[in-house]
Design a binder for this molecule. Structure first.
Ligand SMILES: [Zn+2]
Length: 87
């Protein structure tokens, strides 16, 4: 899982600092293809507001879930709001 240091880590979407009081979305590493346009968003953190308004959000979630389906039999899923659960 991405490591966030409140007040110094930045949002991968808006590049603003992530503060402890912000609601965040964090991802574990899941993109193997470094040429993917989603590569830099793997193992990253976002403001929840930025994530919810992101035009690539649906594809990002599908890619995340596809990765876990393929490698871990779907033991981890990301919902529509970016919340990751172990199932
Ligand atoms: Zn942001």
């Amino acid at each position: 899982m991405a490591i966030v240091i409140g007040g110094s880590s930045t949002c991968a979407l808006c590049n603003e600092v992530l503060e402890d009081e912000h609601e965040l979305v964090m991802t574990s590493p899941f993109i193997e293809d470094a040429s993917s346009d989603l590569w830099r968003y793997s193992d990253a953190a976002f403001h929840k507001n930025c994530f919810m308004g992101w035009d690539k959000r649906k594809r990002f979630i599908n890619t995340f879930n596809g990765y876990y389906e393929k490698h871990y039999r779907g033991m981890r899923v990301m919902d529509d709001e970016g919340t990751i659960s172990d199932v």
